[in-house]
Design a protein around this ligand. Structure first.
Ligand code: FAD
Length: 318
């Protein structure tokens, strides 16, 4: 049993997007560090709570992506889903959902992680940054866009593409802010709803999951959105960052191998025998522990290997 946590922060605001989705603003007791950026957008922190109702279950800590910009100093924002079918017997989100503004909690004010533009594409990369979010996987990308706008109010985000996949349109957290950002900065904001037919609010936009943008018959639509010629979407002009659960990550990776997109994962690269010297063009942050691609499935691996090597052969010949 984890020992009780010493609380060092206050939940100052909680906004319920839906009963299962919330924006949580937390202020650590210690003032946030100095001037300028104190973390890199895309990083996460660890939040924790003690189980007051069941002290025998102790405390629980979970990593959470930071949704606010590092330039913000009054609080740190998180975008969190209540997990209805948790795996643990002391789920963090079940404790969090009982907390209201003013509640005390634990936050490890030590931003962590390499799921950042700097550590993936690189700060000078001019290619399209295709940011693929499933549900709350939007958090790191919101932080990136917010920070870019704070640093330069006239910034162009034409090379940023946020694909946000949710079940129902009400789950499109940050929708208004992203629509405004798109109008102001040229950001490509592509929300998509998978259960559109049953959407209580009605949905006339793109239907499907985030990863469906990469289905063979949908790539032309994405290319048109980006002003690329048909068949032109490739690692030469695009780099992909995916955040969320295994399904979105796995399908995005496998659907784009035939275009030559190389995942930044050692095990997948080894299984597909991708030469080490070739740079990665698909990066991901997984919120769950299921491997994104089932590398024990020999037939699948053989098929994927043929796809990536076919693409690499074509690219080398051009
Ligand atoms: C680096 C990192 C950053 C993360 N950032 C966020 C974030 O910004 N927002 C957020 O909501 N979660 C985030 N998570 C997931 C979070 O850490 C917890 O796993 C999640 O909140 C469930 O914790 P729990 O204790 O309530 O349930 P557990 O008992 O720990 O249950 C875990 C189960 O929840 C599932 N799960 C985890 N995250 C989600 C989700 N978002 N939607 C649906 N199912 C999920 C997993 O598949 C797993 O089966 C992040 C995870 C990592 C590794």
């Amino acid at each position: 049993m984890a020992k009780p946590l010493e609380y060092n922060a206050t939940l100052i605001e909680r906004e319920d997007v839906t009963p299962l989705l919330g924006v949580f603003r937390i202020r650590p007791d210690e003032p946030l560090p100095g001037e300028g950026a104190w973390f890199v957008p895309g990083q996460y922190m660890v939040l924790g709570l003690n189980n007051e109702a069941r002290p025998d279950l102790g405390s629980v800590r979970r990593p959470m992506s930071i949704a606010s910009a590092p330039e913000r100093r009054d609080c740190i924002e998180f975008y969190i889903r209540f997990v209805e079918k948790p795996e643990s017997d002391n789920p963090f989100t079940h404790l969090l959902w009982k907390q209201q503004a003013g509640a005390r909690m634990y936050v490890r004010v030590h931003p962590t992680g390499k799921f950042t533009i700097e550590e993936t594409a690189g700060p000078e990369d001019r290619r399209f940054k295709i940011l693929v979010a499933a549900g709350t996987g939007l958090a790191p990308f919101i932080s990136m866009a917010r920070s870019a706008l704070i640093r330069d109010p006239n910034v162009s985000l034409r090379d940023f593409v946020i694909i946000h996949g949710v079940s129902y349109s009400a789950d499109l957290g940050y929708r208004e802010e992203l629509e405004e950002l798109a109008a102001r900065t040229g950001l490509h904001y592509l929300p998509t709803v998978s259960r559109a037919a049953k959407d209580p609010d009605g949905w006339s936009g793109h239907v499907g999951r985030a990863e469906d943008y990469f289905k063979a018959d949908e790539l032309a639509g994405l290319e048109a959105e980006l002003g690329l010629p048909a068949g032109g979407f490739s690692p030469q002009n695009s780099v992909i960052l995916i955040c969320g659960l295994q399904g979105t990550i796995g399908s995005t990776i496998t659907r784009l191998l035939h275009r030559g997109f190389i995942p930044d994962n050692r095990k997948i690269r080894q299984a597909l025998e991708i030469p080490e010297a070739l740079p990665a063009s698909v990066f991901y942050e997984a919120y769950d522990t299921t491997p994104p691609v089932d590398l024990k499935d020999a037939a699948l691996v053989a098929d994927l290997k043929a796809q990536i090597h076919g693409a690499l052969g074509t690219m080398a010949a051009v």
